[in-house]
Write a protein that binds this ligand. Structure first.
Ligand code: HEM
Length: 209
């Protein structure tokens, strides 16, 4: 879980960097984004990494749910007195729920963009590339869809807030000297990445001339 989780974190950085191009809504910006999308869906090495990505998502989700089920089975009778908040955060105890919500978001997200890019009846731009920018623009023209993304990026933030440092713990990389640094990097990552992701739909909704 730790390895697939960290790989998914690396993917998030790359995916964010690519998608921040959407903030440039000029005619040239649109063409550039579509050319980038074409490269990402056709270049063989990127395609190979994509398959590793799909596997990681499925494995991470499946293993996470299995772990949550085992934890529940290990203690069928709940503690009579439990003060979990004394030594753990609420989001660390709700990782399965937060992860499931992220998975639901991913299904909606991939249906909207990834499916359209690969199999949808999508138009082409002036350069002859599939006009994925127009698909994203239409989706983020709807207030409810923008709201969904903002809320879901909040969910992702809490999932990452615990997940990032937990991965280092699971891998045994929890040296007392480095753990405070890992925790700080984790908090920074868990806040900055979802906030920048959330900025994209909000920006496209409000600044689309
Ligand atoms: C505003 C935020 C986001 C935007 C604008 C965005 C945009 C896109 C677009 C346009 C695609 C289709 C690209 C293609 O098929 O080549 C895509 C695919 C994908 N997105 Fe996002 N995305 C966002 C956030 C996220 C987040 C937060 C996650 C994960 C939690 C995510 C996970 C994925 C995955 C797994 C794919 C499939 C990638 C592949 O086939 O290699 N996206 N996204």
């Amino acid at each position: 879980m730790a390895l697939t989780g960290l790989f998914l974190c690396v993917f998030l950085i790359a995916h964010l960097a690519g998608n921040l191009q959407l903030l440039d809504m000029s005619p040239e910006g649109r063409l550039k984004f579509n050319a980038y999308a074409k490269f990402m869906t056709t270049f063989p090495l990127v395609k190979a990494v994509s398959y590793l990505l799909y596997f990681s998502i499925l494995f991470h989700a499946f293993d996470g749910l299995l772990l949550a089920t085992q934890n529940r089975k290990a203690r069928p009778v709940r503690y009579a007195y439990e003060k979990a908040g004394a030594n753990s955060t609420w989001y660390s105890r709700r990782m399965a729920l937060l992860g499931t919500l992220v998975l639901v978001f991913l299904i909606i997200h991939m249906r909207s963009f990834w499916y359209e890019m690969h199999w949808g009846a999508i138009g082409v731009d002036a350069d002859g590339n599939k006009d994925l920018f127009a698909v994203v623009e239409a989706a983020f023209g709807k207030a409810w869809y923008v709201g969904l993304y903002v809320v879901m990026m909040g969910v992702l933030a809490f999932h990452l807030m615990h997940g990032f440092q937990s991965a280092f713990q699971s891998l045994g990389l929890n040296h007392p000297r480095y753990m405070p640094l890992v925790k700080n990097v984790g908090v920074f990552f868990a806040v900055v990445v979802p906030v920048l992701f959330a900025l994209i739909p909000v920006w496209m909704f409000f600044f689309n001339a």
